[in-house]
Design a binder for this molecule. Structure first.
Ligand SMILES: Nc1ncnc2c1ncn2[C@@H]1O[C@H](COP(=O)(O)OP(=O)(O)OP(=O)(O)O)[C@@H](O)[C@H]1O
Length: 237
């Protein structure tokens, strides 16, 4: 469903993604993992068609990321690392504004999610007065307004408290259960373990590993590690 073929990205002379190949099946929740600077955000931006690769291809449901950008954008919701909302507007005003852009006419869909995600009671607060966790949730809701098949999230739980983190992980699990394909970058091994069905592990722009959670445990000579977090740590370090 998401196929990378010899995907390469350079900034100047620096190669930050090196001839990457992988195939992600529909409905997977993929943890995108690696040390700082490994290339996670760059990869996610290229899949979201915000950035172009120098060489190689990304295909999404058979569509080419360079040639069919408009069609692909209808299939993808992208949640950047930074909160991308209007802080002086209320949560409801943000949702209405972005719903118009996404040509989403009915408020029923997002209202239902607001209730499920405990945002309904905060809809008339300005974004700047929402907690970090609720800002993150709203950012994710905005990315879902056009009901994309694929949701791409770049470190969506950075800098928020444990309860909000747990709620967001549960909300994302619910989206996975609904059949959405999710790509999710994080440095939190516990969160990744509880949420993800497969893992894409990057280091210095190279794809070290792509496979299921079970296969992560069996990867290389690291199978003796005690727990999942240590196994991931041992692979990337
Ligand atoms: N616009 C840019 N111009 C030049 N270099 C860049 C640009 N964006 C990223 N890089 C470099 O590309 C490399 C990969 O960066 P990227 O942000 O994709 O890594 P990351 O794995 O997401 O890191 P982190 O975990 O810190 O978010 C880094 O060396 C970074 O400095």
């Amino acid at each position: 469903m998401i196929a990378a073929n010899q995907l390469t990205k350079k900034f100047g002379k620096k190669e930050v993604l090196k001839e990457m190949n992988f195939f992600i099946e529909k409905g997977e929740t993929v943890g995108v993992v690696g040390p700082n600077g490994a290339g996670k955000s760059t990869l996610l931006r290229i899949i979201a068609t915000i950035m172009k690769a120098n060489n190689g291809t990304i295909q999404i449901s058979g569509l080419d990321a360079k040639k069919d950008m408009k069609k692909i954008r209808q299939k993808i919701g992208y949640v950047p690392q930074e909160i991308a909302l209007y802080h002086e507007l209320t949560a409801r005003e943000n949702l209405r504004f972005f719903a118009k852009l996404a040509k989403c006419r009915s408020e029923q869909g997002w209202m239902k999610r607001c209730e499920e995600w405990k945002l309904a009671e905060h809809l008339d607060k300005k974004v700047k007065h929402l907690s970090g966790g609720n800002q993150r949730k709203l950012n994710i809701l905005v990315a879902l307004l056009h009901d994309p098949d694929i949701l791409i999230l770049d470190e969506p739980t950075v800098g928020i408290d444990i309860t909000a983190k747990q709620e967001i992980v549960n909300d994302l699990r619910q989206l996975g259960n609904e059949g959405k394909t999710i790509l999710y970058s994080s440095h939190d091994a516990q969160e990744l373990e509880s949420l993800c069905t497969s893992f894409l592990i990057l280091k210095d722009g190279e794809l070290l590993f792509y496979g299921s959670k079970q296969k992560v445990r069996q990867f290389g000579s690291i199978s003796q590690s005690k727990n999942f977090a240590e196994t991931l740590g041992a692979i990337v370090n």
